[in-house]
Design a protein around this ligand. Structure first.
Ligand code: SAM
Length: 258
């Protein structure tokens, strides 16, 4: 496939078959599983995935790539020509089952795509994503880490997160400015620490990290009174990055009761 990469669409194509094989080994596709590939591009993963699964659905925004993929892989590959952000994943999941998701995501929209996927986590078996390494650093960041942020807490609330391996920039064409990491997300079932009000949890996590250098007493002003922070078993003198997911859930439950 000879295609001029479009920067606007975050096109950095994987050109190293050994990396593709490592990714496939980490995914472990089995015949008959329902799997969605996001942004198949030139098909570096699509080919080996199809070999193992027999059939596959992929969503690709680039019209030229979508038609080249259809021509190359034929009816075994269902290509949805469109935006991954517009997909109704609940509808795509098999009846009585869950969808697996795989993608070397366009880095310019990887965070919105990640949030879109997480919103449908109940319908997803697992996600294997190639992302900018800095994003994966944030996804896996434990309490106390300086890279811990809103993304870390909201993703860890919903999923078990595991970095599989890092990938050098030279494995792609054109080479991106940054290193990449392959990450596995497995939605918790059931959630170990469910919040009474998830929208409130999100607002609270956003507020806490929106002023991450401030203590919780200050960053959560107006959302949770200091006495309620203490009653939730959290020291109001601590900062957002120190808190575990369970701490945020207790704070959100305190706020929703207040
Ligand atoms: N999977 C291929 C690979 O590993 O070589 C391509 C990866 S490239 C980083 C990202 C791909 O996502 C491109 O093919 C791009 O056209 C596509 N893409 C960009 N934005 C998209 C969107 N919003 N929805 C679906 N696909 C998108």
């Amino acid at each position: 496939m000879s295609h001029r990469p479009r920067k606007r669409l975050g096109q950095n194509f994987l050109r190293d078959p050994a990396v593709a094989q490592r990714m496939i080994a980490a995914i472990g596709p089995e015949p008959g599983q329902a799997l969605l590939e996001i942004g198949p591009g030139e098909g570096a993963l699509t080919g080996p995935l199809l070999e193992r699964l027999g059939a596959l659905t992929a969503v690709e925004l680039d019209r030229d790539l979508a038609s080249a993929l259809r021509a190359r892989f034929g009816p075994a590959l269902t290509v949805i020509e469109g935006d991954a952000l517009a997909l109704d994943l609940a509808e795509m999941a098999p009846a009585g089952g869950r969808l697996r998701v795989v993608g070397n995501l366009p880095y310019n929209v990887s965070t919105p795509i990640l949030f879109h996927l997480l919103a449908a986590a109940d319908h997803l078996a697992d996600l294997h994503l190639l992302l900018q390494r800095e994003v994966v650093d944030r996804l896996v960041a434990p309490p106390g880490s300086r890279t811990r942020g809103r993304l870390s807490v909201m993703v860890q609330y919903r999923c078990r997160v595991e970095r599989c391996f890092n990938v050098a920039a030279g494995s792609f064409y054109p080479a991106p400015q940054v290193m990449s990491s392959f990450v596995r997300l497995v939605p918790h079932r059931p959630l170990p620490e469910p919040a009474q009000d998830e929208a409130l949890l999100q607002r609270l996590v956003a507020a806490a990290f929106g002023a991450r250098r401030k203590t919780l007493r200050n960053s959560l002003k107006g959302l949770v009174p200091p006495a309620a922070i203490e009653a939730a078993g959290v020291d109001p003198a601590r900062r957002a990055e120190d808190l575990a997911v369970a701490d945020f859930v207790r704070l959100a439950d305190a706020a929703s009761g207040a």
